[in-house]
Design a protein. Structure first.
Length: 237
């Protein structure tokens, strides 16, 4: 688990951020002269708590209540140190949030978690390793929406990267919760059908930065991993 992630899976993360922001405002003397200053503060506990527990959870309710107090504390501090007439405050958010699978199931939705970090140990992927003569990890990581393969091992064994990508994509398409898996080599070379989903996949693809297989999940499927944390770390939601 990442220590920084653990710090933000509660309102304490925002409270620590507030303390740091107050110190920064004082030590950097923001607003002390006629030159404009810009300060961006990210209170990110809402993001982490919402992902892990869902927006209708008691954890999110408690976090939002305490975030309101944290913001009030910040605004009072700015009013005292900088003065309202010299301050412009802008609030924004990066995205909304869906309900947690456990809660959606109670409402009658067909939903579940998927576990990409475990795919390399799945029987179908083990069979591919045997087929290609690989004895090491083949799927090294998953950062939504991309599977990352062990390119060094593929190169070392003299395998064709595109062939391995296609074989992995074919197997992943059969996995529970996966609607579509598309090799990056096929995207790069234009070997894909012209469909609405493929057009969306192409808009996401960057040949210099993207992974090896783009995975599209079925509706109401959730990745059970968030920067080293899973729902199993916290109990059922």
């Amino acid at each position: 688990m990442l220590i920084t992630t653990l710090l933000t899976v509660s309102p304490v993360g925002d409270e620590l951020t507030l303390d740091f922001a107050k110190t920064l405002i004082e030590e950097e003397q923001l607003g002390a002269d006629a030159d404009p200053n810009y300060l961006s503060i990210s209170f990110s506990s809402t993001h982490y708590v919402g992902h892990l527990f869902g927006p209708s959870s008691l954890e999110s309710e408690d976090n939002n209540l305490r975030l309101d107090r944290t913001l009030a504390d910040l605004f009072r501090f700015v009013d005292e140190k900088v003065r309202p007439e010299k301050t412009l405050i802008v609030l924004s958010a990066d995205h909304g949030g869906s309900e947690a699978p456990g809660y959606l199931t109670q409402l009658g939705f067909d939903t579940d978690y998927v576990h990409p970090k475990q795919w390399d140990k799945a029987g179908a992927i083990k069979a591919l390793k045997t087929r290609f003569g690989l004895g090491e990890e083949l799927i090294t990581d998953f950062y939504h929406p991309y599977v990352y393969l062990n390119r060094a091992l593929i190169h070392e064994k003299g395998l064709d990267q595109a062939e391995v990508e296609q074989a992995i994509a074919d197997e992943l398409t059969r996995f529970d919760g996966v609607a579509l898996a598309v090799p990056s080599s096929a995207l790069r070379e234009g070997r894909v059908p012209d469909t609405r989903i493929i057009r969306s996949v192409l808009r996401n693809y960057n040949p210099t930065r993207s992974g090896d297989v783009n995975v599209v999940f079925k509706p109401n499927r959730f990745v059970n991993d968030f920067e080293g944390l899973t729902v199993e770390d916290w109990g059922p939601t």
